[in-house]
Write a protein that binds this ligand. Structure first.
Ligand code: PEP
Ligand code: MN
Length: 270
């Protein structure tokens, strides 16, 4: 049975959890994604050393932005094609598959061998981009917009799926509320709610959701308890000098301690 409005994302359309395979890693249906890495790719040394450290700690996917959607046009915009090149080097060195943000469909040829294409919060309703990513058939990590509902998030997933691509991972990354203590408000109830609404994997990004490194580990654990299929966490070897999002980036040793707790918590919840 298909829903008139939501045709592909619902449990009616696909009762079982969807498991997405990307670069040899599975996500969903009990397969947990530990995505970690810097906000932005900065140098070869930086990305390779962080990749090695997070892999050792238990990460199974490397993140790093090469195309950065910045609020200010004067802020660092990312290394673009050079950043993708450095990500490939880190993948070669560690074997970790890559997730990195694509901002424009025109850049798709450059992302040919990227394992997972990220659609950032600000592009969640860039419908032309979503359609092209649907046609690309590549795994997509779709982040919830800053001020978007869960129905709107699922409609954006429908755009990708309606264009022939079932490989969509959803990501809760915090939303705008009246609360101004932290960067955003992590809507953790979205996780069990989406679990009911859709068969697609749901991961949580506590880094952008909080904007503050010391708040990231407890919220990561809360996300695991809420039933997330994975975590995306910003890790930097020198957060004070990070070109972007240093305040929310945890250090490799903090990531290692967190990964250990995540493992224990998942064990306890089994
Ligand atoms: C990111 O993950 O690098 C990012 C820019 O996040 P968001 O789109 O959630 O702000
Ligand atoms: Mn960031």
């Amino acid at each position: 049975m298909t829903n008139e409005v939501f045709r592909k994302t619902t449990r009616e359309a696909h009762p079982d959890d969807t498991v997405i395979e990307a670069g040899g890693v599975r996500i969903g249906g009990g397969h947990f994604a530990m995505i970690a890495g810097p906000c932005s790719v900065e140098t070869e040394d930086q990305i390779v050393s962080i990749a090695r450290a997070v892999k050792k700690a238990g990460a199974n996917i490397l993140r790093g932005g090469a195309y950065k959607p910045r609020t200010s046009p004067y802020a660092f915009q990312g290394l673009h094609a050079k950043g993708l090149e450095l990500l490939r080097i880190a993948r070669r060195e560690t074997g970790l598959p890559l997730v990195t943000e694509i901002m424009s469909a025109a850049d798709l040829p450059l992302f040919e061998d990227i394992d997972i294409l990220q659609v950032g919060a600000r592009n969640m309703q860039n419908f032309d981009l979503l359609k092209e990513l649907g046609r690309s058939g590549k795994p997509v990590l779709l982040k919830r917009g800053l001020a978007n509902t869960l129905n709107e998030l699922l409609m954006s997933a429908e755009y990708i799926m309606a264009n022939g691509n079932d490989r969509v991972i959803l990501c809760e990354r915090g939303i705008r509320t009246f609360s101004d203590t932290l960067r955003n408000t992590l809507d953790l109830s979205a996780v069990p709610m989406l679990r009911e609404m859709t068969h697609l994997p749901v991961i949580v990004d506590p880094s952008h959701a909080t904007g503050l490194a010391r708040i990231v580990p407890p919220m990561a654990l809360a996300a695991v308890a809420a039933g997330a299929d994975g975590l995306m966490i910003e890790v930097h070897n020198d957060p004070e000098h990070a070109l972007t999002d240093g305040a929310e980036s945890i250090r490799p040793e903090e990531y290692e301690a967190l990964a250990e707790k995540v493992e224990k918590l998942r064990e306890a919840l089994r």
